[in-house]
Design a binder for this molecule. Structure first.
Ligand code: DQA
Length: 146
């Protein structure tokens, strides 16, 4: 099984960026933990600070073999209709992830423009959220009618 994990703007700074909100693990730590937790899954990890590059990565699943996507679009979550449209165009399930609980934060973070086109949202479980998202994808892929 192949899963693409996409992280958006500023998530390359994990570990040093507002650690009281996002934790002390680096993005590399998070990715290594995922690989260790799911040894049978082939992960592709992608991070970009650029909206278009994230859209290209999402569209890549239309041609490359990919079974599902875990997406933390970071701040783009809250306003990028272009990312929403890209997710809507995919044929594989996408799970939205946020390290922090976006619903308990500033008003502008409480709304996700991509939530409606994702299969589920995980928000507020720190780096564990990525593992939960993979579990959700596995569930979706094995019980497609749920
Ligand atoms: C985030 C929440 C977003 O509001 C924020 O812009 C981020 C990270 C999270 O993982 O909690 O960059 O997606």
């Amino acid at each position: 099984m192949k899963i693409l994990v996409i992280n958006g703007p500023n998530l390359n700074l994990l570990g040093t960026r507002e650690p009281q909100i996002y934790g002390v693990q680096t993005l590399n730590d998070v990715e290594k933990e995922l690989t260790g937790s799911f040894p049978d899954i082939l992960f592709t990890f992608f991070q970009s600070n650029h909206e278009g590059a994230i859209i290209d990565a999402l569209q890549g699943t239309l041609t490359a073999q990919c079974d599902g996507v875990v997406l933390n679009a970071a701040a783009l979550t809250h306003y990028s209709y272009a990312i929403r449209d890209a997710v809507a165009a995919l044929r594989v399930p996408v799970i939205e992830v946020h390290l922090s609980n976006i619903h308990l934060r500033e008003e502008f973070r409480r709304h996700s423009v991509i939530a409606e086109v994702c299969k589920a949202q995980v928000s507020g479980f720190g780096s564990e959220g990525y593992k939960l998202a993979v579990d959700m994808l596995l569930h979706k892929l094995t019980t497609p009618n749920t």
